[in-house]
Design a protein around this ligand. Structure first.
Ligand SMILES: CC(C)(COP(=O)(O)OP(=O)(O)OC[C@H]1O[C@@H](n2cnc3c(N)ncnc32)[C@H](O)[C@@H]1OP(=O)(O)O)[C@@H](O)C(=O)NCCC(=O)NCCS
Length: 420
Protein backbone atom coordinates (compact mmCIF):
# COMPACT_ATOMS: atom_id res chain seq x y z
CA UNK A 1 0.00 0.00 0.00
CA UNK A 2 1.30 3.49 -0.86
CA UNK A 3 0.21 6.98 0.09
CA UNK A 4 -2.09 8.58 -2.50
CA UNK A 5 -4.14 11.74 -2.33
CA UNK A 6 -5.75 11.72 -5.79
CA UNK A 7 -8.81 9.68 -6.76
CA UNK A 8 -7.86 6.09 -7.49
CA UNK A 9 -9.36 3.40 -9.68
CA UNK A 10 -7.82 0.45 -7.82
CA UNK A 11 -9.73 0.21 -4.58
CA UNK A 12 -11.16 -2.73 -2.72
CA UNK A 13 -10.87 -5.21 0.11
CA UNK A 14 -7.31 -5.33 1.35
CA UNK A 15 -7.83 -7.74 4.28
CA UNK A 16 -10.71 -9.65 5.88
CA UNK A 17 -11.36 -11.71 9.03
CA UNK A 18 -14.32 -13.34 10.71
CA UNK A 19 -15.30 -13.88 14.35
CA UNK A 20 -17.93 -16.17 15.80
CA UNK A 21 -19.20 -16.89 19.30
CA UNK A 22 -17.37 -19.71 21.08
CA UNK A 23 -20.40 -22.06 21.09
CA UNK A 24 -22.67 -23.61 18.48
CA UNK A 25 -25.78 -25.77 18.32
CA UNK A 26 -25.79 -28.74 15.97
CA UNK A 27 -28.88 -28.64 13.76
CA UNK A 28 -29.39 -32.38 14.27
CA UNK A 29 -29.85 -31.67 18.01
CA UNK A 30 -32.31 -28.86 17.28
CA UNK A 31 -34.29 -31.07 14.88
CA UNK A 32 -34.51 -33.87 17.47
CA UNK A 33 -35.76 -31.47 20.15
CA UNK A 34 -38.34 -29.89 17.84
CA UNK A 35 -39.56 -33.24 16.42
CA UNK A 36 -38.54 -32.29 12.87
CA UNK A 37 -36.72 -34.67 10.45
CA UNK A 38 -33.09 -33.52 10.57
CA UNK A 39 -32.94 -33.63 6.75
CA UNK A 40 -35.29 -30.66 6.66
CA UNK A 41 -32.60 -28.53 8.29
CA UNK A 42 -29.46 -30.15 6.90
CA UNK A 43 -30.67 -30.82 3.34
CA UNK A 44 -33.76 -28.60 3.06
CA UNK A 45 -32.04 -25.48 4.45
CA UNK A 46 -28.40 -26.58 4.05
CA UNK A 47 -27.52 -25.80 7.69
CA UNK A 48 -25.11 -27.94 9.74
CA UNK A 49 -24.44 -25.80 12.84
CA UNK A 50 -25.46 -22.40 14.08
CA UNK A 51 -23.33 -20.14 16.27
CA UNK A 52 -24.96 -19.12 19.57
CA UNK A 53 -23.90 -15.93 21.34
CA UNK A 54 -23.76 -16.18 25.14
CA UNK A 55 -24.54 -13.28 27.45
CA UNK A 56 -20.98 -11.93 27.47
CA UNK A 57 -20.88 -11.85 23.66
CA UNK A 58 -22.62 -9.09 21.72
CA UNK A 59 -22.24 -7.13 18.46
CA UNK A 60 -19.40 -5.09 20.00
CA UNK A 61 -17.31 -8.06 21.17
CA UNK A 62 -17.81 -9.93 17.88
CA UNK A 63 -16.90 -6.86 15.80
CA UNK A 64 -13.86 -6.07 17.96
CA UNK A 65 -12.59 -9.64 17.80
CA UNK A 66 -12.97 -9.80 13.99
CA UNK A 67 -11.16 -6.48 13.51
CA UNK A 68 -8.38 -7.31 16.02
CA UNK A 69 -7.80 -10.65 14.28
CA UNK A 70 -7.63 -8.91 10.90
CA UNK A 71 -5.19 -6.27 12.16
CA UNK A 72 -2.87 -8.94 13.57
CA UNK A 73 -3.06 -11.46 10.73
CA UNK A 74 -3.09 -8.82 7.97
CA UNK A 75 -0.30 -6.70 9.51
CA UNK A 76 -2.50 -3.60 9.30
CA UNK A 77 -1.23 -0.13 10.21
CA UNK A 78 -4.21 1.06 12.29
CA UNK A 79 -2.83 4.62 12.47
CA UNK A 80 -3.86 5.05 8.82
CA UNK A 81 -7.55 4.26 9.40
CA UNK A 82 -9.71 7.36 8.85
CA UNK A 83 -13.16 5.74 8.52
CA UNK A 84 -14.64 3.13 10.84
CA UNK A 85 -18.18 2.04 10.01
CA UNK A 86 -20.21 -0.81 11.45
CA UNK A 87 -23.11 -2.44 9.64
CA UNK A 88 -25.49 -3.97 12.16
CA UNK A 89 -29.16 -4.60 12.85
CA UNK A 90 -28.51 -5.81 16.40
CA UNK A 91 -28.75 -2.46 18.15
CA UNK A 92 -27.57 -2.21 21.77
CA UNK A 93 -28.52 1.46 22.16
CA UNK A 94 -30.89 3.87 20.42
CA UNK A 95 -28.14 6.46 20.06
CA UNK A 96 -24.56 5.42 20.79
CA UNK A 97 -23.26 3.44 17.81
CA UNK A 98 -21.60 0.04 18.05
CA UNK A 99 -18.83 1.67 15.98
CA UNK A 100 -17.91 4.02 18.87
CA UNK A 101 -17.28 1.08 21.21
CA UNK A 102 -15.30 -0.70 18.51
CA UNK A 103 -13.29 2.45 17.77
CA UNK A 104 -12.47 2.83 21.47
CA UNK A 105 -11.67 -0.82 22.17
CA UNK A 106 -9.37 -1.01 19.16
CA UNK A 107 -7.65 2.29 19.95
CA UNK A 108 -8.24 3.75 16.48
CA UNK A 109 -7.16 7.32 15.59
CA UNK A 110 -9.32 10.21 16.81
CA UNK A 111 -9.27 11.69 13.32
CA UNK A 112 -11.77 9.16 12.03
CA UNK A 113 -15.35 9.13 10.66
CA UNK A 114 -17.14 6.70 12.99
CA UNK A 115 -20.75 5.56 12.52
CA UNK A 116 -23.21 2.66 12.26
CA UNK A 117 -25.17 1.89 9.11
CA UNK A 118 -28.55 0.20 9.48
CA UNK A 119 -30.63 -1.35 6.76
CA UNK A 120 -31.36 -4.91 7.93
CA UNK A 121 -28.74 -7.19 6.31
CA UNK A 122 -27.74 -4.47 3.80
CA UNK A 123 -26.12 -2.12 6.39
CA UNK A 124 -22.61 -3.53 5.92
CA UNK A 125 -22.81 -3.03 2.16
CA UNK A 126 -23.97 0.57 2.65
CA UNK A 127 -20.89 1.11 4.86
CA UNK A 128 -18.65 -0.61 2.31
CA UNK A 129 -19.99 1.46 -0.60
CA UNK A 130 -19.42 4.62 1.46
CA UNK A 131 -15.84 3.55 2.12
CA UNK A 132 -15.15 2.80 -1.54
CA UNK A 133 -16.59 6.11 -2.67
CA UNK A 134 -14.74 7.98 0.14
CA UNK A 135 -11.46 6.62 -1.17
CA UNK A 136 -12.39 6.95 -4.86
CA UNK A 137 -13.30 10.62 -4.41
CA UNK A 138 -9.89 11.45 -2.95
CA UNK A 139 -11.48 12.51 0.37
CA UNK A 140 -9.55 9.75 2.16
CA UNK A 141 -6.22 11.48 1.43
CA UNK A 142 -4.39 8.14 1.39
CA UNK A 143 -6.08 6.76 4.49
CA UNK A 144 -7.82 3.39 4.79
CA UNK A 145 -11.32 2.39 5.94
CA UNK A 146 -12.44 -0.23 8.44
CA UNK A 147 -15.85 -1.77 7.74
CA UNK A 148 -17.24 -4.31 10.19
CA UNK A 149 -20.49 -6.24 9.85
CA UNK A 150 -21.71 -7.70 13.15
CA UNK A 151 -24.99 -9.33 14.16
CA UNK A 152 -26.83 -11.88 16.24
CA UNK A 153 -29.74 -13.52 14.39
CA UNK A 154 -32.51 -14.47 16.77
CA UNK A 155 -35.99 -15.80 15.96
CA UNK A 156 -38.67 -16.99 18.36
CA UNK A 157 -38.02 -20.43 19.87
CA UNK A 158 -39.92 -23.10 17.92
CA UNK A 159 -40.64 -20.78 14.97
CA UNK A 160 -39.76 -21.63 11.32
CA UNK A 161 -36.93 -19.08 11.53
CA UNK A 162 -35.27 -20.82 14.52
CA UNK A 163 -33.01 -23.13 12.44
CA UNK A 164 -31.76 -20.09 10.50
CA UNK A 165 -30.26 -18.27 13.50
CA UNK A 166 -26.55 -17.58 13.91
CA UNK A 167 -24.10 -14.94 15.10
CA UNK A 168 -20.81 -13.48 13.96
CA UNK A 169 -18.86 -10.61 12.52
CA UNK A 170 -16.76 -9.92 9.46
CA UNK A 171 -14.14 -7.16 9.41
CA UNK A 172 -12.73 -5.72 6.19
CA UNK A 173 -10.05 -3.16 5.50
CA UNK A 174 -10.80 -1.07 2.41
CA UNK A 175 -7.83 0.54 0.71
CA UNK A 176 -6.14 1.47 -2.52
CA UNK A 177 -4.14 -1.35 -4.14
CA UNK A 178 -5.99 -4.01 -2.13
CA UNK A 179 -4.32 -7.37 -1.54
CA UNK A 180 -7.53 -9.46 -1.91
CA UNK A 181 -10.27 -8.03 -4.11
CA UNK A 182 -10.34 -4.95 -6.36
CA UNK A 183 -13.93 -3.72 -6.42
CA UNK A 184 -15.53 -1.92 -9.36
CA UNK A 185 -16.65 1.40 -7.92
CA UNK A 186 -19.70 2.97 -9.57
CA UNK A 187 -20.62 -0.15 -11.56
CA UNK A 188 -23.34 -1.57 -9.33
CA UNK A 189 -26.96 -2.53 -9.84
CA UNK A 190 -29.40 -1.53 -7.11
CA UNK A 191 -32.97 -2.45 -6.15
CA UNK A 192 -35.32 -1.20 -3.41
CA UNK A 193 -38.96 -1.66 -2.44
CA UNK A 194 -40.94 -0.89 0.74
CA UNK A 195 -42.00 -4.33 2.07
CA UNK A 196 -42.58 -6.01 5.44
CA UNK A 197 -40.70 -9.25 4.88
CA UNK A 198 -38.59 -9.06 8.07
CA UNK A 199 -38.63 -6.48 10.84
CA UNK A 200 -37.88 -6.09 14.54
CA UNK A 201 -40.01 -3.61 16.50
CA UNK A 202 -38.15 -1.56 19.13
CA UNK A 203 -39.43 -3.61 22.07
CA UNK A 204 -38.36 -6.99 20.68
CA UNK A 205 -35.07 -8.91 20.64
CA UNK A 206 -36.38 -11.62 18.29
CA UNK A 207 -37.04 -10.71 14.67
CA UNK A 208 -40.49 -11.01 13.10
CA UNK A 209 -40.44 -12.48 9.63
CA UNK A 210 -42.88 -13.39 6.89
CA UNK A 211 -40.55 -16.22 5.84
CA UNK A 212 -41.82 -17.32 2.45
CA UNK A 213 -42.56 -13.73 1.45
CA UNK A 214 -38.98 -12.80 2.42
CA UNK A 215 -37.71 -15.46 0.02
CA UNK A 216 -39.76 -14.04 -2.84
CA UNK A 217 -38.66 -10.46 -2.00
CA UNK A 218 -35.03 -11.63 -2.07
CA UNK A 219 -35.54 -13.26 -5.49
CA UNK A 220 -37.21 -10.14 -6.93
CA UNK A 221 -34.24 -8.14 -5.65
CA UNK A 222 -31.76 -10.52 -7.33
CA UNK A 223 -33.54 -10.06 -10.66
CA UNK A 224 -33.74 -6.27 -10.24
CA UNK A 225 -30.19 -5.58 -9.02
CA UNK A 226 -28.52 -8.15 -11.27
CA UNK A 227 -30.50 -6.88 -14.28
CA UNK A 228 -29.29 -3.32 -13.76
CA UNK A 229 -25.71 -4.47 -13.15
CA UNK A 230 -25.75 -6.63 -16.30
CA UNK A 231 -27.04 -3.77 -18.49
CA UNK A 232 -24.33 -1.44 -17.21
CA UNK A 233 -21.69 -4.14 -17.59
CA UNK A 234 -22.75 -4.79 -21.19
CA UNK A 235 -22.53 -1.05 -21.92
CA UNK A 236 -19.01 -0.75 -20.46
CA UNK A 237 -17.73 -4.22 -21.36
CA UNK A 238 -16.41 -6.73 -18.86
CA UNK A 239 -15.25 -10.33 -18.81
CA UNK A 240 -17.57 -13.01 -17.37
CA UNK A 241 -18.01 -13.58 -13.65
CA UNK A 242 -16.48 -16.91 -12.66
CA UNK A 243 -17.87 -16.99 -9.09
CA UNK A 244 -20.68 -15.20 -7.27
CA UNK A 245 -21.07 -14.78 -3.52
CA UNK A 246 -24.62 -14.13 -2.32
CA UNK A 247 -26.21 -12.95 0.91
CA UNK A 248 -26.77 -16.25 2.76
CA UNK A 249 -29.59 -16.18 5.34
CA UNK A 250 -29.40 -19.98 5.01
CA UNK A 251 -27.36 -21.99 2.53
CA UNK A 252 -30.29 -23.11 0.35
CA UNK A 253 -31.23 -19.45 -0.22
CA UNK A 254 -28.00 -18.85 -2.15
CA UNK A 255 -28.89 -21.78 -4.37
CA UNK A 256 -32.39 -20.40 -4.95
CA UNK A 257 -30.89 -16.99 -5.75
CA UNK A 258 -28.39 -18.27 -8.30
CA UNK A 259 -30.99 -20.53 -9.89
CA UNK A 260 -33.42 -17.61 -10.20
CA UNK A 261 -30.73 -15.46 -11.80
CA UNK A 262 -29.69 -18.29 -14.14
CA UNK A 263 -33.16 -19.35 -15.28
CA UNK A 264 -35.17 -16.11 -15.10
CA UNK A 265 -32.55 -13.46 -15.91
CA UNK A 266 -30.13 -15.40 -18.09
CA UNK A 267 -32.29 -18.08 -19.75
CA UNK A 268 -30.25 -21.11 -18.62
CA UNK A 269 -32.00 -24.47 -18.33
CA UNK A 270 -32.30 -26.48 -15.11
CA UNK A 271 -29.21 -28.63 -15.71
CA UNK A 272 -27.01 -25.65 -16.62
CA UNK A 273 -28.25 -23.75 -13.54
CA UNK A 274 -27.45 -26.72 -11.30
CA UNK A 275 -23.95 -27.10 -12.77
CA UNK A 276 -23.24 -23.40 -12.45
CA UNK A 277 -24.30 -23.36 -8.81
CA UNK A 278 -21.96 -26.26 -8.00
CA UNK A 279 -19.04 -24.62 -9.77
CA UNK A 280 -19.53 -20.91 -9.09
CA UNK A 281 -21.46 -20.57 -5.81
CA UNK A 282 -21.03 -23.70 -3.65
CA UNK A 283 -17.36 -22.92 -2.78
CA UNK A 284 -18.51 -19.80 -0.88
CA UNK A 285 -20.98 -21.59 1.41
CA UNK A 286 -18.80 -23.62 3.81
CA UNK A 287 -18.63 -21.01 6.58
CA UNK A 288 -22.36 -20.19 6.42
CA UNK A 289 -23.23 -23.87 6.91
CA UNK A 290 -21.13 -23.81 10.12
CA UNK A 291 -22.20 -20.44 11.53
CA UNK A 292 -25.74 -19.79 10.31
CA UNK A 293 -27.14 -16.38 9.47
CA UNK A 294 -24.95 -13.42 10.44
CA UNK A 295 -27.25 -10.86 8.80
CA UNK A 296 -25.04 -7.91 7.66
CA UNK A 297 -21.95 -10.10 7.51
CA UNK A 298 -23.46 -12.99 5.63
CA UNK A 299 -22.38 -11.92 2.10
CA UNK A 300 -18.89 -11.16 3.42
CA UNK A 301 -18.72 -14.45 5.35
CA UNK A 302 -19.40 -16.05 1.93
CA UNK A 303 -16.63 -13.96 0.36
CA UNK A 304 -14.24 -14.98 3.16
CA UNK A 305 -15.11 -18.66 2.61
CA UNK A 306 -14.58 -18.26 -1.15
CA UNK A 307 -11.19 -16.59 -0.69
CA UNK A 308 -10.21 -19.21 1.88
CA UNK A 309 -11.08 -22.03 -0.54
CA UNK A 310 -10.06 -20.59 -3.89
CA UNK A 311 -8.24 -17.24 -3.80
CA UNK A 312 -5.16 -18.79 -5.42
CA UNK A 313 -6.95 -20.21 -8.46
CA UNK A 314 -9.11 -17.10 -8.80
CA UNK A 315 -6.27 -14.55 -9.01
CA UNK A 316 -7.07 -12.21 -11.91
CA UNK A 317 -10.66 -13.50 -12.21
CA UNK A 318 -13.84 -11.54 -11.77
CA UNK A 319 -16.38 -12.40 -9.04
CA UNK A 320 -19.90 -11.10 -8.44
CA UNK A 321 -21.38 -10.13 -5.06
CA UNK A 322 -25.05 -9.80 -4.14
CA UNK A 323 -26.19 -8.05 -0.98
CA UNK A 324 -29.80 -8.10 0.25
CA UNK A 325 -31.42 -6.35 3.20
CA UNK A 326 -35.04 -6.89 4.13
CA UNK A 327 -37.31 -3.93 4.01
CA UNK A 328 -35.90 -4.04 1.28
CA UNK A 329 -32.73 -2.92 -0.52
CA UNK A 330 -30.16 -4.80 -2.58
CA UNK A 331 -27.02 -4.28 -4.63
CA UNK A 332 -25.16 -6.42 -7.17
CA UNK A 333 -21.52 -5.53 -7.78
CA UNK A 334 -18.28 -7.17 -8.89
CA UNK A 335 -14.56 -7.24 -8.32
CA UNK A 336 -11.34 -8.87 -9.45
CA UNK A 337 -9.25 -11.14 -7.23
CA UNK A 338 -5.85 -9.49 -6.75
CA UNK A 339 -2.51 -10.99 -7.80
CA UNK A 340 -0.98 -12.66 -4.74
CA UNK A 341 -4.37 -13.07 -3.03
CA UNK A 342 -3.91 -16.85 -2.69
CA UNK A 343 -0.83 -16.68 -0.50
CA UNK A 344 -2.18 -13.71 1.46
CA UNK A 345 -5.55 -15.40 2.12
CA UNK A 346 -3.70 -18.48 3.40
CA UNK A 347 -1.76 -16.30 5.85
CA UNK A 348 -5.05 -14.85 7.15
CA UNK A 349 -6.17 -18.35 8.32
CA UNK A 350 -9.77 -17.31 7.73
CA UNK A 351 -11.31 -20.54 9.06
CA UNK A 352 -9.46 -20.41 12.40
CA UNK A 353 -12.38 -18.99 14.44
CA UNK A 354 -14.62 -21.84 13.27
CA UNK A 355 -12.32 -24.45 14.81
CA UNK A 356 -12.21 -25.28 18.54
CA UNK A 357 -15.79 -24.23 19.26
CA UNK A 358 -17.93 -25.72 22.01
CA UNK A 359 -20.96 -27.85 21.09
CA UNK A 360 -23.93 -26.80 23.21
CA UNK A 361 -26.51 -29.31 24.36
CA UNK A 362 -30.09 -28.38 23.45
CA UNK A 363 -30.97 -27.49 27.06
CA UNK A 364 -27.97 -25.18 27.37
CA UNK A 365 -28.97 -23.51 24.09
CA UNK A 366 -32.52 -22.95 25.27
CA UNK A 367 -31.30 -21.61 28.61
CA UNK A 368 -29.13 -19.01 26.82
CA UNK A 369 -31.99 -17.99 24.53
CA UNK A 370 -34.53 -17.79 27.38
CA UNK A 371 -32.16 -15.52 29.31
CA UNK A 372 -31.93 -13.12 26.32
CA UNK A 373 -34.58 -10.87 27.78
CA UNK A 374 -32.97 -10.66 31.25
CA UNK A 375 -31.27 -7.44 32.33
CA UNK A 376 -27.47 -7.60 31.96
CA UNK A 377 -25.38 -7.91 35.14
CA UNK A 378 -24.55 -4.76 37.12
CA UNK A 379 -20.83 -3.95 37.28
CA UNK A 380 -18.75 -1.05 38.48
CA UNK A 381 -17.44 1.35 35.83
CA UNK A 382 -13.84 0.48 36.63
CA UNK A 383 -14.47 -3.26 36.52
CA UNK A 384 -11.22 -4.89 35.57
CA UNK A 385 -9.87 -8.38 35.84
CA UNK A 386 -7.24 -10.63 34.38
CA UNK A 387 -9.27 -12.99 32.24
CA UNK A 388 -7.29 -15.68 30.45
CA UNK A 389 -9.01 -15.13 27.14
CA UNK A 390 -8.16 -13.77 23.74
CA UNK A 391 -11.76 -12.65 23.24
CA UNK A 392 -13.49 -9.41 24.08
CA UNK A 393 -16.08 -9.63 26.84
CA UNK A 394 -19.26 -7.73 27.62
CA UNK A 395 -19.18 -7.40 31.41
CA UNK A 396 -22.48 -5.65 32.07
CA UNK A 397 -24.02 -2.26 32.80
CA UNK A 398 -22.61 0.21 35.32
CA UNK A 399 -24.61 2.41 37.69
CA UNK A 400 -24.93 5.13 35.03
CA UNK A 401 -26.42 2.62 32.53
CA UNK A 402 -23.18 2.46 30.50
CA UNK A 403 -22.02 -0.77 28.85
CA UNK A 404 -18.67 -2.03 30.11
CA UNK A 405 -16.31 -4.19 28.04
CA UNK A 406 -12.98 -5.94 28.38
CA UNK A 407 -10.78 -6.54 25.39
CA UNK A 408 -7.84 -8.90 25.49
CA UNK A 409 -4.68 -7.38 24.11
CA UNK A 410 -3.38 -9.63 21.33
CA UNK A 411 0.18 -8.98 22.50
CA UNK A 412 -0.28 -9.88 26.16
CA UNK A 413 -2.89 -10.90 28.71
CA UNK A 414 -3.32 -7.26 29.73
CA UNK A 415 -6.92 -6.22 29.28
CA UNK A 416 -8.11 -2.86 28.07
CA UNK A 417 -11.21 -1.63 29.85
CA UNK A 418 -13.68 0.58 28.05
CA UNK A 419 -16.73 2.13 29.63
CA UNK A 420 -18.67 4.51 27.45
C1 LIG B 1 -36.84 -20.05 5.17
C2 LIG B 1 -38.07 -20.43 6.00
C3 LIG B 1 -39.28 -19.62 5.50
C4 LIG B 1 -38.35 -21.93 5.82
O1 LIG B 1 -39.30 -22.32 6.81
P1 LIG B 1 -40.37 -23.52 6.66
O2 LIG B 1 -41.61 -23.02 6.06
O3 LIG B 1 -40.44 -24.19 7.99
O4 LIG B 1 -39.63 -24.52 5.69
P2 LIG B 1 -40.14 -25.20 4.35
O5 LIG B 1 -41.33 -26.04 4.62
O6 LIG B 1 -40.24 -24.18 3.25
O7 LIG B 1 -38.90 -26.16 4.09
C5 LIG B 1 -37.63 -25.65 3.80
C6 LIG B 1 -37.00 -26.52 2.72
O8 LIG B 1 -36.76 -27.80 3.27
C7 LIG B 1 -37.30 -28.80 2.44
N1 LIG B 1 -37.68 -29.92 3.28
C8 LIG B 1 -38.72 -30.00 4.15
N2 LIG B 1 -38.71 -31.22 4.77
C9 LIG B 1 -37.63 -31.90 4.30
C10 LIG B 1 -37.06 -33.19 4.57
N3 LIG B 1 -37.63 -34.03 5.46
N4 LIG B 1 -35.96 -33.56 3.90
C11 LIG B 1 -35.37 -32.71 2.99
N5 LIG B 1 -35.86 -31.48 2.70
C12 LIG B 1 -36.98 -31.08 3.35
C13 LIG B 1 -38.47 -28.13 1.77
O9 LIG B 1 -38.86 -28.79 0.57
C14 LIG B 1 -37.88 -26.74 1.52
O10 LIG B 1 -37.06 -26.77 0.38
P3 LIG B 1 -37.32 -25.75 -0.85
O11 LIG B 1 -37.25 -24.37 -0.26
O12 LIG B 1 -36.21 -26.03 -1.79
O13 LIG B 1 -38.67 -26.06 -1.38
C15 LIG B 1 -37.82 -20.13 7.51
O14 LIG B 1 -36.68 -20.83 7.93
C16 LIG B 1 -37.62 -18.66 7.81
O15 LIG B 1 -38.59 -17.92 7.97
N6 LIG B 1 -36.35 -18.19 7.94
C17 LIG B 1 -36.03 -16.81 8.30
C18 LIG B 1 -36.22 -15.83 7.13
C19 LIG B 1 -35.20 -15.99 6.06
O16 LIG B 1 -34.13 -16.50 6.25
N7 LIG B 1 -35.56 -15.49 4.84
C20 LIG B 1 -34.68 -15.56 3.68
C21 LIG B 1 -34.72 -14.35 2.82
S1 LIG B 1 -34.05 -12.93 3.64
Amino acid sequence: MHERTSPSNTIGIDAIAVATPRAYLDLVDLAAARGVPSDKYTKGLGAIRMAIADRDEDPVTLATDAAARMFARGRIDTARIGYAAVGTETAIDHSKPVASYVHGLLGLPQSCRVFDAKHACFGGTAALMGALEWIASGAARGRTALVVCTDIARYELGSPGEPTQGAGAVAMLVSERPRLLELEVGRTGTFARDVHDFWRPLDRRDALVDGHFSVSCYLDAVAGAFGEWRDEDARRGGDPLVRTAYHVPYVKMAKKADRHRAMVSEGLDEAAAEARFAREVAPSLAFAAEVGNVYTGSLYMALAALLHAEAGVLEGSRVGLFSYGSGCGAEFFAGRVAAGAGAFARSLALDEPLRDRVRLGFDAYEAIRRADGDAPPRVSADASADVASDRSTFLGIDTAERRVYLRASPASTRLAVAAA
